[in-house]
Write a protein that binds this ligand. Structure first.
Ligand code: B1M
Length: 212
């Protein structure tokens, strides 16, 4: 019931109410993972459907996105403590050039941090060179790329090529994800791993770091 309320308040863009309800759900002992999936993400999915059907427009989506981010921020420390074994490794993450969607990227970051890996967040609209320069300068084991637009997905392939040109492809893994991204696309561009959601991305990141 409370998870439904979180979803509805998120859809209405009521960030303050979302925060109160998320805290209430935490206090009631509901797991952070369930609050995220059945409350916040369920609300955001409905927003996505309404946006697609032109029932709502960018301003409504933006206030829902703000509510989502604020609710998720409360879950961050809990998602971190719910993680099991801590792993050593460094990751840089960003949404690719031309793309401003950051909610999914932020969740992936949060879940990877929850596994104990260090994450450098490059934000949104990140150029291929920025990923490569950061990976070299900071000694990252993995570059994580997020894209939500079919028009920005090709930038992921550019990052793979730039990593090859920079000579780091043998020791830096490249993970990709985002709603339009698929496993077939991952194979096509020669990235190392595609995962469909934040939880599986975090598991894959740990697996790749453990192989190094
Ligand atoms: Co945009 N938008 N948007 N939007 N938006 C989509 C993506 C769209 C599918 C909506 C639609 O038409 N149905 C559509 C893309 C169509 C396409 O390319 N085929 C679209 C469009 C067209 C646009 C604009 C062009 C609209 C316009 O201006 N006319 C514009 C583009 C701006 C730009 O980026 N240059 C635009 C703008 C916006 C807002 C700014 C209003 C806002 C973004 C706010 C923000 O992010 N701060 C927004 C939003 C919110 C959406 C929808 C509604 C929701 C996206 C979201 O946050 N989902 C989206 C519709 C939809 O996806 N159904 C839509 C929740 C989030 C938790 O899921 O990001 O998929 P997601 O992340 C998941 C997984 O994908 C995965 O894990 C996450 C959690 O499990 N994942 C990874 C993500 N990254 C990963 C990386 C990994 C692994 C997994 O490994 C590294």
């Amino acid at each position: 019931m409370i998870l439904d309320d979180i979803s509805k308040k998120l859809q209405a863009g009521k960030a303050k109410d979302v925060k109160i309800l998320v805290q209430q759900a935490i206090d009631e002992g509901i797991s952070a993972q369930r609050i995220l999936e059945d409350g916040l993400m369920s609300g955001m999915n409905i927003i996505g459907i309404k946006f697609k059907n032109n029932e709502i427009f960018v301003p409504e989506v933006l206030v829902a996105a703000r509510a989502m981010n604020q609710g998720a921020a409360l879950l961050k420390p809990l998602l971190a403590t719910e993680g099991e074994v801590k792993t050593a490794g460094k990751v840089c993450i960003g949404t690719v050039q031309g793309d401003l969607h950051d909610i999914g990227k932020n969740l992936v970051k949060m879940m990877i941090e929850g596994k104990g890996l260090e994450v450098i967040d490059l934000g949104t609209d990140v150029a291929p060179e920025k990923f490569i320069d950061t990976a070299i300068e900071q000694g990252c084991n993995i570059i994580c790329l997020s894209a939500l637009l079919t028009t920005t997905m090709p930038v992921m392939g550019e990052v793979v090529k730039a990593a090859e040109s920079a000579g780091i492809r043998d020791h830096v893994k490249i993970m990709i994800g985002g709603a339009p991204v698929t496993s077939a696309f991952c194979n096509e561009i020669g990235a190392d791993a595609y995962t469909p959601d934040a939880a599986s991305a975090a598991e894959k990141a740990v697996e790749l770091c453990n192989q190094l």
